[in-house]
Design a protein. Structure first.
Lengths: 318, 318
């Protein structure tokens, strides 16, 4: 199982290439959220999302001679951006297999980093990526179910523990579980008293179902506004870490995700993609118990949003 | 002339009511701006703008018995919000005279704080406010040409010097000159080596004209996208401070203000109103010389923006 030493190694490995993102006190959000609100702003990370942490740690862990054939990944956007950025940095080719539901902003961002984009149906994206890996010899970089990737994401947890050690609670967006595995492993070692919540889209409740069943359970794909959180099953390397470390995972409705995005933008002055706002949404929806005296940190995972996507917020209750 | 002791007193006076806003390193902006970019995020201040600093210091300086009749001010938005917030806090009535060009977002924000809004043509707003003051006995709180107000704004400068003492340069939005008077007085005392630039709308170049003339000069009102920077003449208390402390004031075109706003939002992930982006715009337009090794801090003065105002960014080159 992932351990804190792997995360500390990852931090040493990727530190020269990434930034320590700010952890911000957000007093203007307190009244609406009913707690002392903080955000860990990984939407301000290099490439605009936390995914660069895990992708870089994975790529930098591969022996030099194996890298010549490049890397390939399947991604709804930010992981592909992280892999492409790492590949560009090392001067190796990258291919990113994207679901045909991905927004043009995310596709353009990956092409701008020099990677080749292959589009397919969301359900097929891992098969297509593995086929490319077999045919070209490119190293497959999994989006979450990989200890190198999980350790890389965990570096955000080390930063949280260092930047604000007196937090009562951290809320983390959940899809396959790579991010929350890494962050929870880091926090259980560095700040064992902090409560850790996961927030996933109610339309794809793979973690609540799996935690009930005691093993990874497949749920069918449903379209959700949280379009970076569309994994259908927990990673089998991630699941036991979440089972052990995380206090609760909650299922958040799309409606509240958009309300949270509007609140964070217009009141908090921070632009984040819908998936990144799901932790704030969970509190707005009343799914996570918080008190006015509690310090609650929301992990804001990415900021890949185009102006056209902001129009949908006009009809949303703030 | 305004001195550092008045600013230190203001800091003690207003500290319980405001937040120390974050000073953020913004690496994603470096390439486009050609420097190491920082922002002082006063768009995250209580009420969403720095104006609360000066308004509160002025209101808290008035003897209790004089306050019964309330306060009145003339404002294009953020100063009115600051005065209204301070008045509400002390339980006294407030009237805000607003130019008829003010956005609905700004009007609504002031009404939500319990103040009465009176609308008039921009050129008449000070006359109308002074008339109300005479008729009702309400204390007039000037937006900038007042040492209590200037001292309050200067508290942001004390914070900058404490948060990032190794900055090479600070760029401050300029209208009547209250903010840059306060910040420059604080920085000349606390960090004398920092260069200080002012940025004003090219359509209302009251400071460059006045600095050339050696005295405050009136320029005619012109509509500008930087709608919080519409003073027609430097304050006579502000002008000598700017003359003494500020390295240069530059005149920025509206086109670049919008480009800067789009860059700060989509790449920096920070929402700020157009006027607040004028410092970044000045560097984008090539008006302020910066180098890649220089640490440049942009003062982001406010964040009163509605979603409808973001539509205009769609046609702007980023």
């Amino acid at each position: 199982m992932l351990n804190i030493e792997e995360i500390r190694e990852a931090q040493r490995r990727i530190a020269p290439y990434i930034v320590k993102t700010p952890l911000l006190r957000m007093p203007m959000l307190d009244e609406r959220l009913g707690c002392q609100a903080y955000i860990k702003a990984d939407n301000m990370q290099v490439t605009g999302a936390f995914k660069i942490r895990g992708a870089l740690n994975a790529i930098l862990s591969i022996p030099q001679e194996k890298l010549k054939s490049g890397v390939v990944c399947a991604s709804s956007g930010n992981h592909g951006r992280g892999v492409s950025y790492g590949a560009k940095m090392l001067g190796i080719p990258a291919t990113v297999v994207m679901p045909d539901t991905a927004t043009q902003v995310k596709i353009d961002a990956i092409r701008a980093l020099g990677a080749e984009v292959v589009s397919c149906r969301a359900e097929e994206r891992f098969d297509v990526a593995e086929k490319i890996s077999r045919e070209t010899g490119a190293e497959f970089i999994p989006p979450f179910n990989d200890e190198r990737v999980m350790a890389g994401q965990g570096t955000a947890g080390l930063e949280i523990a260092e930047q604000q050690p007196d937090l009562d609670c951290v809320v983390v967006p959940v899809s396959g579980g790579g991010l929350i595995s890494g962050i929870s492993t880091a926090l259980r070692a560095a700040a064992p008293e902090m409560k850790i919540y996961g927030a996933e889209p109610a339309r794809i409740p793979r973690y609540t179902r799996s935690l009930e069943a005691g093993k990874p359970v497949f749920v069918s794909f449903q379209k959700t506004i949280a379009d970076a959180l569309v994994s259908s099953i927990p990673g089998d390397k991630c699941f036991p870490v979440v089972q052990k470390n995380v206090d609760q995972v909650v299922d958040v409705s799309d409606d509240y995700v958009l309300r949270a995005m509007k609140l964070l933008l217009l009141t908090g002055k921070i632009l984040a993609e819908p998936s990144s706002c799901i932790g704030i949404a969970a509190v707005l929806e009343g799914l996570i118990p918080v008190r006015p005296d509690e310090k609650v940190c929301f992990f804001v995972s990415g900021g890949s949003v185009g102006l056209s996507q902001l129009k949908v917020l006009e009809d949303v209750e703030a």
